[in-house]
Every structure is written in structure tokens, then in C-alpha cells.
Design a protein around this ligand. Structure first.
Ligand SMILES: Cc1cc2nc3c(=O)[nH]c(=O)nc-3n(C[C@H](O)[C@H](O)[C@H](O)COP(=O)(O)O)c2cc1C
Length: 377
């Protein structure tokens, strides 16, 4: 359901399908590389996520649906019973604070290393290595080798792994799942022609390149119902050495087809204005809005002012914040009060312990008072 009839206020509730959000702020999926042995979510994860449950919707860090899908050290999984039990603590803590939480499911494809794969090569649509990209392993940064192209008869297994992850996410108490189709990981690698040079029914035309993505969407929708499945895309993004010759056509096709599926939402990462192979092509949410009447989440460098503008323009229904949510556990409350924001520290984004994870301060009482005087509500 589109929200055009609902107040376009960042802090106003938002209803879509059977889901009711307390506001239009989304915590973006954020890899923090703090998982524990067994790729269990960190013992601190329940505190980290529940501190940020002022958001209407939280999307978890990217989580591998199978051991095969891992590409960085200490990212959590959702393929073992232990992982399900640990994630259940996270969903319980978030629900106790009144937010909803979706799990982002991924397979990294070529952005991996034999260290994560019992010495085997990473897999991809085609044997093309990302240029100038490294991954972070237990022994530090390592170059990524040329991947092995997946055989056609291996693809049903990839789809089955996503389905299994979706089933486990349900058992762990999530409210839905987000398929990670963005940022140059496996599903995006299939979608874009710079990484997909296959000659089977998963390569060539855009219909073929999108086949694996839609196979996955169909499989996880059987588990959850499509209205609990969101999909993240990064049209025109160049992260992880991605490119597509006709991004408006490729992503236009995908978005139009998604519009027929009654999904929970479409989540778009907008390319930074100065980046990407196609600086002149409009790949913003505004370009896709006419094709997609359902709920759109947009991400990419949003602050309060830009977020409110985006809602007023109607280019998106919900706004995702990444780095601002890392640094400000109480971000919605700070916006409500017009309070100053903590600055994110990139040195502590990935790995380590509590520092930079659960020690960013919430506003204290004095700060709140001062802000209220400056910006009476
Ligand atoms: C530390 C960090 C980790 C991220 N991890 C993920 C991830 O796991 N999945 C994903 O789809 N995007 C990931 N992103 C991208 C963010 O979700 C978001 O799209 C991006 O940071 C732009 O939003 P911002 O400007 O509000 O931070 C990550 C970004 C950062 C900074």
C-alpha cells in the first residue's frame, strides 16, 4: 500500500500492509563485523539494536543464509540453530521497545576469499574478478582472486539456501526479511552486465540476468508471504567494482516487475552524485517512483532536512539512515528535539568490541532540557 494518503512527516506513524511503524525512520542495514565464533550475532547485538529501536523499522546487518555466502570476517549467519537462538534474543529486545525488525539476507558471491570457503574459490555468475577490491579476513585485508562461474545446476541450491535462511529468520522472530540485491554482491552480480557474461538462461537479456533475483524473491515469499519481503537495490552504484551498460533499463525492468509482486517494500540506495559510471543518468528514487506505487525506502547520505524534503516530494515513503544511526542510538528523539548529533567514527565501524558499537551516548537530561528551550516543541 502506498502512503500518499498518510501524513508525510518523518516522525509520524506509517502503515503498510499489516505492518504499523511508529515513524518513517529506518535503521539501514549495517555490517559491524562483531559476530562471535560460529558466526553468532554478538552478545552485545541485543543491546546495540534495541538502543536503536526508536526507529520505526530496523534492518539487520547483512547476514549470510548459508556458510557459502560469507565474504568478510565476523559477519553473522542464519543457517544454524544456535544462530537462530541468538537472533531471537535480538528480536525480543527490539520488539520490547516497539520497533519492527527485518533481517537482511545475503550471499556475497565473488566478494569473498578461499579463507571463508575451505580453500575453494569464491563463486560468481562469471569468472571476473573485482578490480581494486579487497576483503577483510581473520588475517587482515586480502586480494580477491578470480572467482569460479557457478554452473546452471548449482543455482537451485543458492535459491534453496535463501529459502532456508528465510525459514530460520521466521523461527528467530523477525517481522520479515530483506533480500540483499544491492552493492555488488551475488544477486547484483547476476543482474548487472559488467559481472554477468553468461550464455545460459541466467545471462544475456535483462529478463535472464534478473532470473536469480526473482527466483530468490519467489522462494522467500513462499516462506513469508510477499508482503513481508523487502528487496534492496543499488541502481548505478559502483561499490565493489560494479557497472551496467544500461542501468535505467536494467533497474527499470526489475522495479516494474517488483511492482506486480505486492512486496513489503523496495529499498533503493541512491548513487552519490559524483560517483558511478553514469553520472548523467537519473537513478534516484524519483526516477523509479512512477514505476512503483508501493512503499519505497530510500538511503544514501540523508539527514533530517533532506529526509523531510524527500517525503514532501513523495519520492520515497520511508528514509533509511546508516552512519547517523551508528553514532546516535536515539536519532529519532534527537530529530524530534532538533538536538545536536554525535559524529560517527569510521575507525570503529568494523570489528572490535563495545567501543563504537554500544557506547555512543544518548542525550543526557541536561542536553535535552537545553535543546527543548532552544527548540520548544
Ligand atoms: C559501516 C557500514 C556497514 C554497511 N553495511 C551494509 C550492509 O550490511 N548491507 C547493506 O545493504 N548496506 C550496508 N551499508 C550501506 C548502508 O546501509 C547505507 O546504504 C549507506 O551507509 C548510506 O547511508 P548513510 O549515508 O545514511 O550512511 C553499510 C554502510 C556502512 C557505513
Amino acid at each position: 500500500m502506498n502512503a500518499n494518503t498518510q501524513p508525510a512527516d518523518l516522525l509520524a506513524p506509517y502503515q503498510f500492509g499489516t505492518l504499523q511503524l511508529k515513524n518513517r525512520m529506518v535503521m539501514a542495514p549495517l555490517t559491524r563485523s562483531r559476530a562471535e565464533p560460529g558466526n553468532l550475532p554478538s552478545a552485545m547485538a541485543a543491546a546495540y539494536y534495541s538502543e536503536r529501536a526508536g526507529a520505526g523499522l530496523i534492518i539487520t546487518e547483512a547476514t549470510q543464509a548459508s556458510p557459502d555466502g560469507q565474504g568478510y570476517v565476523a559477519t553473522p549467519g542464519i543457517h544454524s540453530l544456535d544462530q537462530v537462538a541468538h537472533w531471537k534474543q535480538v528480536t525480543d529486545a527490539v520488539h520490547a521497545k516497539g520497533a519492527l525488525i527485518f533481517m537482511q539476507l545475503w550471499h556475497v558471491g565473488r566478494i569473498s576469499h578461499p579463507d571463508f570457503r575451505d580453500g575453494q574459490l569464491p563463486v560468481a555468475p562469471s569468472a571476473i574478478a573485482p578490480r581494486g577490491v579487497q576483503t577483510y579476513t581473520a588475517e587482515g585485508f586480502k586480494d580477491i582472486p578470480v572467482p569460479r562461474a557457478l554452473a546452471t545446476n548449482e543455482l537451485p541450491r543458492v535459491v534453496a539456501d535463501f529459502r532456508h535462511g528465510a525459514e530460520n529468520a521466521k523461527a528467530a522472530g523477525f517481522d520479515g526479511i530483506e533480500v540483499h540485491g544491492a552493492n555488488g554482491y551475488l544477486l547484483d552480480q547476476f543482474l548487472e552486465d559488467g559481472t554477468n557474461q553468461r550464455t545460459d538462461e541466467y545471462g544475456g537479456s535483462v529478463e535472464n540476468r534478473a532470473r536469480l533475483l526473482f527466483d530468490v524473491i519467489d522462494a522467500v515469499s513462499e516462506v513469508w508471504g510477499s508482503e513481508r519481503v523487502g528487496v534492496r537495490l543499488s541502481p548505478g552504484g559502483s561499490f565493489n567494482d560494479m557497472c551496467d551498460c544500461h542501468p535505467q533499463a536494467t533497474f527499470g525492468y526489475v522495479v516494474r516487475r517488483m511492482a506486480t509482486l505486492n512486496l513489503a517494500y523496495l529499498h533503493l540506495i541512491e548513487p552519490a552524485i559524483t560517483q558511478g559510471e553514469h553520472p548523467n543518468a537519473d537513478l534516484s528514487a524519483s526516477f523509479f517512483r512512477p514505476f512503483y506505487p508501493g512503499t519505497i525506502i530510500v538511503a544514501g547520505g540523508y539527514d533530517q532536512q533532506r529526509a523531510e524534503e524527500a517525503l514532501r516530494e513523495g519520492k520515497a515513503d520511508l528514509i533509511a539512515f546508516g552512519q547517523l544511526f551508528i553514532a546516535n542510538p536515539d536519532l529519532p528523539e534527537r530529530f524530534r528535539r532538533g538536538a545536536a548529533l554525535n559524529k560517527p567514527n569510521p575507525q570503529t565501524f568494523y570489528g572490535g568490541g563495545a567501543e563504537g558499537y554500544i557506547d555512543y551516548p544518548a542525550m543526557n537530561a541536561e542536553q535535552s532540557e537545553a535543546d527543548l528551550e532552544a527548540h520548544p516543541t
